[in-house]
Ligand binder design. Structure first.
Ligand code: DAH
Length: 342
């Protein structure tokens, strides 16, 4: 065999290997046809080798021709094999297995705190209260001064409140929304303000630096404390069930006079005493009272003409009782296994 034949043999093998490699990489029938055209078409690189035959001696020519033909044949076989493979794949993809179980979509749902807030707001709206909103970043005036809380009051301490360098603060209660509502509208007022509050507490089972309150305010002529008691009792029974009792205790808040604290009877043990209510039968919800005349003066309402009651409530406390949760931090951990239970 002459030198030329050896060279041709090499060339043929290289082209054939390349063609086979390219064919096995194809993903569509069209791609297979394109590769085929590049090697076996009229201008294909394997077919082009036939034009070299003229330069072979007559005794080498048959062997050379055979080499090229064999490569052509091998590539053709590979083309057919790949077409068959693609056809099989398509068939498998088209087959529909009607017995396969459907894919279940994981739906999100409301956080337990949002549920309590939304339910509470819905109850108060049915009683005629309108929702209002205020900023998380408050002025000292709205959070304290206008609420009759003097500069030397302990809650204004740096230890208890987050202050910003510009003098503003993260509101420690939703009560400043009362002030904002009254500044912006003449009486009468009946409003409910759910929102986030912040205090410099050390987090533990019942304390968090970030928590939620719902504030209520009712201003009209001749408003009485018994209306406040009736409203809160009605609310507790709507939210937690008809057997819930409400207890009122005297207290002090700078912005109400008289002031009360109120408790709901524990729904877990029906007042008998359990670990949720620390064996007292009662859960402290928050404070309330008759709006102090000094607050009306701060917003320009005439305290001789207008009267009102106000209340706050701790959303986490209600949610902990409603869902029997003993650690407030669970609300903020974003643990899906915890949240999925509600
Ligand atoms: N802001 C009070 C607190 O965070 C709760 C409160 C007490 C709100 C009396 C009121 C109220 O509206 O009248 O402890």
């Amino acid at each position: 065999m002459g030198q030329k034949t050896t060279e041709l043999e090499e060339q043929v093998r290289e082209l054939k290997d390349k063609a086979v490699a390219e064919l096995s990489d194809t993903a569509t029938e069209e791609e297979v046809q394109q590769v085929k055209a590049r090697y076996l078409g009229r201008k294909g690189s394997i077919v082009a080798l036939f034009s070299q035959l003229g330069s072979f001696s007559s005794e080498d020519k048959p062997a050379a021709g055979k080499l090229i033909n064999e490569a052509k044949q091998a590539v053709q076989t590979e083309v057919e094999r790949q077409l068959e493979r693609l056809a099989q794949e398509k068939k498998a993809a088209d087959r529909l297995d009607v017995t396969l179980p459907g894919r279940r979509r994981r739906l999100g749902h409301k956080h337990p705190l949002s549920r309590v807030m939304d339910d509470a707001v819905a109850i108060f709206r049915r009683m005629g209260f309108i929702t209002a909103d205020g900023p998380d970043l408050e002025t000292e005036y709205h959070n304290f001064d206008a609420l009759n809380t003097p500069p030397d009051h302990p809650s204004r301490d740096l230890e208890d409140t987050f202050y910003l360098p510009d003098g503003r603060l993260l509101r420690t209660q939703t009560s400043p929304v009362q002030i904002r509502v009254m500044e912006n509208q003449p009486p009468p007022v009946r409003t409910i303000c759910p929102g986030r509050c912040f205090r410099r507490d050390t987090p533990d089972m019942t304390h968090s630096m970030n928590f939620h309150q719902i504030e209520g305010l009712y201003v009209d002529r001749h408003v009485t404390l018994s209306e406040l008691k009736g409203t809160l009792s009605r609310f507790a029974r709507e939210l937690l069930g008809p057997e819930v009792n409400v207890r009122f205790r005297p207290h002090y808040f700078p912005f109400t006079e008289p002031s009360i604290e109120y408790d709901f009877s524990c729904i877990m043990c029906e007042g008998k005493g359990c670990s949720v209510c620390k064996y007292s039968g009662w859960l402290e919800i928050s404070g309330a009272g008759m709006v102090d005349p000094a607050v009306f003066e701060a917003v320009g309402y005439d305290p001789e003409e207008w009267t009102g009651y106000a209340f706050g409530m701790g959303v986490e406390r209600i949610a902990m009782m409603r869902y029997a949760i003993n650690d407030i931090r669970l609300f903020y951990d974003n643990n899906v296994r915890f949240l999925e239970q509600f």
